[in-house]
Design a protein around this ligand. Structure first.
Ligand code: 9MR
Length: 670
């Protein structure tokens, strides 16, 4: 949900691309830079039609001139009787699986309607089942002005139908929308010249990330594989995902995520077997269909459901999942006994915990079984958690570990309090893990930055530095550290506690290493003087100046200048739309002589024309393309190679170039 950067979007961008292609520039590019966004679809409602938009179900959608964000027209939706009704547009033909898009729409309530909150979402249908992904969370809207809902979306599933829609969180107000854009931001390559977190931390603990389906395809998967030794499915193993209807289990997403981890040698934390949230209502519904009351019969029924659920879910993953959050968030420090008054507790007392741990141990005898909670640094909560774990273990309940979620922020909690949290549990003889760490840039609900100010990113880097230094000191106690997400493009904090863009992780929305990453890896690399170009602005920050993809880590020097140079080129079209495409080219030195400065040449077979290229300079004459190195990637040593990306126009066919040369040496081609 980041603001669009570099230049305003226009509906002409795709046309511009084709037009530029037609005049065939022979222009060396200026300094290499990140690519500009390309608009794939826009709706301005200026032509008196609905431009392909329709009602979701029963309401009325018509062109209107009663209000307009730009020009004279908008789209008006009236006659809504349900909050989920609203204008929708099919996007199946436009969205490619695995590619990240920015969706933006302006919303204003019709005159006289009371203020409410609007959401921008995507509906995807597969095999007759609909699923809903939120792109922008509930955002205040009124009849007095236009509000932009802007967010990013990556389709991560195979679908039969796909549409974007606007709805309200509550109420049925008539509403206008205008200036919808679906744009494609060409992805920067994943950095290959920075240390892998998993290697930096290898002697301390496995480093993990919470993931969903979007994290196991494309560049996200590349980043995940490179840096992380462990994953936690963020939602796919929760009860509402795995057993939405009694006895009907669904494991498609969980299987894909666990399979990805297994294929890539990563550990998996199973999260979570029981929780007071994301548990379907049927679990607590009695045989007559009524909500359960605390009777002996209901206790028996709910415990047998719990047992059946755990047997099936844990049983499915055998040894692949070696750690389970058996119980999530069972402490409430405001209760004298410290026990959360969840439905589990109300119906069974502490027996739900006894049953859950006993059954999990039976099914997965070697897995580590955890109780996981947030705010475990807060002394009152910490001590009540301690008391519960001590009691359960004294009874022989197999609790092996305590998970500290560590949803923290740039100013809270102190390192001393965090250390006290870790120290407290040592005498219990339990393992400890950091299970859901993120560091919000916000310290109260009123703050909101369209993009994170540099100074806050620096403060955040120092927090990561200090917290990881602490974790490393306690590496004998801590058996893994997991971040609650992979990169800032996909974080639960964008909609909690209010809808706004947060930036709590180690990689930014373009998957590039942040100062926070350096806080963990090498604090001497945290920039002491933040650039003024990214200082806070309530109306939207100017975009950061173009950055190379690689942070300028000195490249290994190779073996000297006497050996043989040979090369390999990997060429991949990473996105394609009518008239345009994006490609990634990786050049690897497979010999033993490093180059200082290099030129890559190829010919396009089908008249393709490059319009923009990053991480290098380019010239194109006819079909022939010549790419030179950028200032920071001139050294091409044996090893990881360099990545170049470009946008180009095409028509008719978009065949791959068959041959590549570096400094005249033909390369092998993948
Ligand atoms: O990251 C999860 C988010 O996608 C869900 O919407 C949310 C729903 O409750 O749960 C999030 O994960 C939570 C985790 O399971 C337990 N600790 C708090 C996490 C953030 O809410």
């Amino acid at each position: 949900m980041r603001a669009i950067r570099t230049r305003p979007l226009t509906g002409l961008a795709v046309l511009t691309l084709a037009a530029v292609a037609a005049v065939a520039p022979l222009t060396p590019t200026p300094a290499a830079h990140a690519a500009d966004p390309v608009v794939v679809l826009s709706s301005t409602f200026e032509d008196g039609t609905t431009e392909g938009w329709r009602a979701r179900g029963g309401e009325s959608v018509t062109p209107s001139t009663a209000a307009a964000h730009s020009g004279a027209g908008s789209l008006l939706t009236t006659g809504r009787t349900q909050s989920w009704q609203g204008p929708t547009r099919d996007l199946l033909a436009q969205l490619q699986k695995g590619t990240r898009y920015t969706l933006s729409v302006h919303v204003r309530l019709a005159a006289g309607e009371p203020a409410t909150r609007a959401r921008l979402s995507v509906q995807r249908d597969t095999g007759g089942t609909a699923a809903y992904d939120q792109v922008v969370g509930a955002t205040p809207v009124t009849a007095d002005g236009w509000v932009a809902l802007t967010g990013t979306y990556t389709l991560a599933h195979d679908v039969d139908a796909l549409s974007a829609y606007v709805e309200t969180a509550d109420g049925t107000a008539a509403l206008h929308i205008d200036d919808f854009t679906l744009s494609y931001v060409p992805a920067k390559p994943v950095q290959t010249d920075i240390p892998a977190l998993r290697e930096v931390l290898a002697d301390d603990f496995p480093i993990g990330a919470a993931i969903g389906m979007p994290q196991i395809i494309g560049n996200h998967a590349t980043l995940l594989r490179r840096h992380f030794a462990s994953v936690t499915p963020g939602n796919a193993l929760k009860w509402d995902a795995t057993e939405p209807v009694e006895g009907q289990f669904r494991f498609a997403d969980a299987d894909a995520l666990v399979g990805f981890a297994a294929d890539n040698g990563m550990a998996v934390r199973g999260h979570t077997l029981l929780w007071h949230q994301q548990t379907p209502a049927w679990v607590f519904t009695d045989a007559t269909g009524a909500p359960m009351t605390p009777t002996a019969a209901n206790k028996e029924l709910v415990l047998s459901r719990l047992e059946g659920h755990i047997r099936t879910v844990v049983g499915r993953y055998g040894d692949t999942i070696d750690t389970w959050d058996v119980a999530n968030e069972v402490i409430d420090e405001s209760q004298a006994d410290g026990l959360r008054r969840s439905r589990w507790y109300e119906l069974t007392g502490l027996d739900y915990l006894r049953t859950a741990f006993r059954v999990a141990r039976e099914v997965a005898p070697t897995a580590k079984l955890y109780v996981n909670d947030y705010n475990t640094n807060v002394p009152a909560k910490r001590d009540k958690l301690y008391a519960l774990v001590a009691q359960l273990r004294a009874e022989g309940v197999p609790v092996d570990g305590v998970g500290h979620q560590m949803h923290v922020n740039v100013a809270w909690p102190s390192i001393a309090e965090t250390e006290a949290m870790l120290r407290t549990f040592v005498p219990l003889g339990v393992e400890q893990q950091i299970t859901e760490m993120d560091v919000s840039i916000y310290t109260d609900d009123s703050q909101s930055y369209p993009s994170p100010p540099a100074e806050l990113l620096r403060t955040q880097a120092l927090r990561y530095r200090d917290l990881f230094a602490l974790y490393r000191r306690y590496a004998d106690e801590i058996t893994s550290v997991t971040l609650w997400g992979l990169a800032d493009d996909d974080t639960w904090l964008d909609s909690f506690p209010v809808a706004r863009k947060d930036a709590p992780l180690l990689f930014d929305t373009e998957l590039q290493a942040k100062p926070a990453y350096w806080g963990v890896v090498d604090p001497s690399r945290i920039d002491p003087t933040p650039s003024p170009t990214v200082s806070p602005s309530p109306t939207g920050s100017p975009s950061p100046s173009p950055t190379p993809t690689g942070t300028p880590t000195p490249t290994p020097t190779g073996t000297g200048g006497t050996g043989v140079f040979s090369c390999r080129v990997q060429y991949a079209v990473t996105g394609q739309w009518p008239g345009g495409f994006q490609a990634a080219v990786k050049v690897t030195n497979t010999g033993d002589r490093p180059l200082t400065g290099w030129t890559l040449r190829w010919s396009f077979p089908d008249g393709q024309r490059i319009t923009q290229l990053w991480n290098g300079t380019y010239r194109q004459e006819g079909a022939t393309v010549e790419v030179g190195n950028a200032a920071w990637n001139g050294r091409l040593a044996p090893g990881p190679g360099v990545d170049v990306g470009f946008l180009a126009g095409w028509s008719g066919a978009n065949g791959r170039p068959g041959a590549f040369q570096v400094d005249g040496t033909p390369c092998t081609v993948d």
